[in-house]
Design a protein around this ligand. Structure first.
Ligand code: GDG
Length: 478
């Protein structure tokens, strides 16, 4: 496994260091899979070294056994400059905004690109010593797009599979990136490239065709470039559905749900859960809620919108500005509508673990996911998985990858404020029977096509015989 962040962080305890597992998320699932299969995981340590001799060319790689000793974690130390240019810079300020259709938020800096390239080379070099014989090297995400080709040149026989976790935009947008060709060529060092949706897959293939002298079959999802064959396909990621479903019917969780509903003291609860990011459409959602309240006085005193927001990327200026805008908007709405008895909005600006999130998911009547673009959006699927009561309404952006799987949600274009407002009105007025039939249909798919279904399918497709791997029917058939 090769990814930017590791599933563990290192904590110092006097002279000793200890590995602390990150809570929840896909990393934990992949960690579990490696524990079963064995192997190694190469990632940036997450910390920044101020001065280490020879860091730029030969960074120290710390090799640690994960607790229990099932596999090795190999952690790369990066310098301050490397982290700021490769991670905060090129990854988060060039690729991220462009892939989410925000070219105006993107900055393109030659120096940052060069550092991105050199850090990708460090990863490829470090990985080349642990390429498994007969096994798969799995590269994750946009931080490491050049690694597949670099690793291929060092280890021509390696079996390399890459999963891209964010949207892949239309060729007309991706071509804005001055190094678009290099990124596409870099990814094509893989034997398999996976995306969340068929739309992203097609976009990537069209980029390969228009930017490179490559033979491309869009319909078969195949590329031949410099004599190397790559299969490109959609593998929509699922969630830890069994765990969330379990929380949704756990007696102690349900007790907390009751307590939460009593303390929020509203007939209906609307919920938003996001990492703070301009791609998530938080501001758009708040504005729509404000106009909903302005136009629907009959709901005053009866509805509460709970927005959970986990701070992220605070060193990138766009994120700091957004945080200020959201803070101001929340203040404006609360000030405008709150009364001594009623709080129309609760704003929780910190993270929660899976069990705590499940209490919110289960307590909500309406879940609002209004991402302006989102590779998949796991939160929407987690909400559905938790609803073992088959109740609750999901309002979902058409620009989230999850909309392909959750077609029975109330689908909205998040760029249309009045559309979000109408969806809120519709959701609050929906009959029990209609809520149930939509939730039952969505839940069946989320439970069947869970993260293990995805993992098994992707690994089968990544294996040397993978060209014949078909989409499995469901987890039940594994
Ligand atoms: C990227 C792509 C794609 C835990 N505590 C909190 C919290 N978590 C967990 C959630 C969920 C995950 O974090 C968030 O996943 P999302 O998919 O919603 O969003 P990104 O972080 O942007 O993830 C995305 C994903 O990669 C996987 O490929 O789906 O499109 O952008 O599992 O349970 N989340 C929040 N608050 C917490 O307190 N918001």
């Amino acid at each position: 496994m090769i990814s930017n962040r590791a599933p563990y962080s290192v904590r110092r305890r006097g002279r000793e260091s200890e590995l602390v597992r990150s809570v929840g998320g896909l990393a934990s699932t992949l960690d579990d899979a490696l524990r079963i299969r064995g192997g190694s995981w190469l990632a940036w340590s997450g910390s920044v070294a101020r001065k280490v001799r020879g860091l730029a060319k030969h960074p120290p790689v710390r090799s640690l056994l994960v607790p229990g000793g099932e596999y090795r974690l190999r952690l790369l130390t990066l310098s301050e400059r490397q982290v700021s240019s490769y991670y905060h810079g090129f990854s988060n300020r060039s690729l991220w905004p462009l892939c989410h259709y925000f070219p105006s938020n993107a900055a393109f800096d030659l120096e940052e690109w060069r550092v991105y390239e050199s850090v990708n080379r460090l990863f490829a070099r470090a990985a080349s010593s642990s390429v498994p014989r007969g096994g798969i090297t799995w590269v994750h995400d946009f931080h490491l797009a050049l690694v597949p080709r670099m690793l291929r040149s060092l280890r021509p026989a390696a079996r390399i599979a890459t999963f891209w976790h964010i949207p892949f935009p239309a060729a007309a947008v991706f071509r804005i990136l001055p190094w678009a060709r290099e990124i596409v060529a870099g990814l094509l060092g893989s034997d398999l490239i996976g995306f969340h949706t068929s739309e992203y897959t097609t976009h990537f293939l069209e980029c390969a065709r228009s930017l490179l002298p490559a033979e491309v079959s869009v319909s078969r999802g195949e590329v031949r470039y410099h004599g190397h064959f790559t299969r490109v396909s959609a593998f929509p990621l699922g969630v830890e559905a069994t765990q969330f479903g379990g929380y949704g019917s756990d007696a102690s969780v349900l007790k907390e749900v009751e307590k939460m509903r009593l303390s929020i003291n509203a007939e209906r609860i609307i919920l938003g859960v996001d990492r703070l990011d301009y791609t998530k459409g938080i501001l758009e959602r708040l504005n729509a809620y404000e106009s909903f309240l302005a136009d629907n006085p009959q709901w005053h005193g009866k509805v509460c919108f709970v927005q959970i927001q986990v701070p992220s990327r605070e060193s990138v200026p766009e994120y700091r500005t957004l945080r200020e805008q959201i803070d101001r908007t929340v203040g404006r709405i609360s000030g405008r509508f709150s009364t001594a008895e009623w709080t129309p909005l609760r704003y929780l600006c910190h993270g929660f673990n899976r069990r705590e999130l499940s209490v919110f998911y289960r307590a909500a009547d309406v879940m609002l996911v209004t991402a302006l673009r989102d590779g998949m959006n796991l939160v929407a699927q987690e909400f559905v998985a938790t609803r073992s009561d088959d109740d609750g309404v999901l309002i979902l952006s058409i620009f989230a990858g999850a909309a392909e799987r959750l077609r029975e949600a109330i689908l909205v274009n998040p760029y249309e404020q009045s559309g979000i407002q109408r969806a809120i009105e519709q959701a609050l007025g929906m009959k029990t029977q209609d809520r149930r039939s939509a939730m039952v249909a969505m839940r069946q798919r989320v439970m069947e096509e869970d993260v293990n279904w995805w993992l098994g399918w992707f690994l089968a497709a990544a294996a040397p015989s993978g060209r014949r791997a078909k989409r499995p029917l469901s987890t039940a058939t594994r």
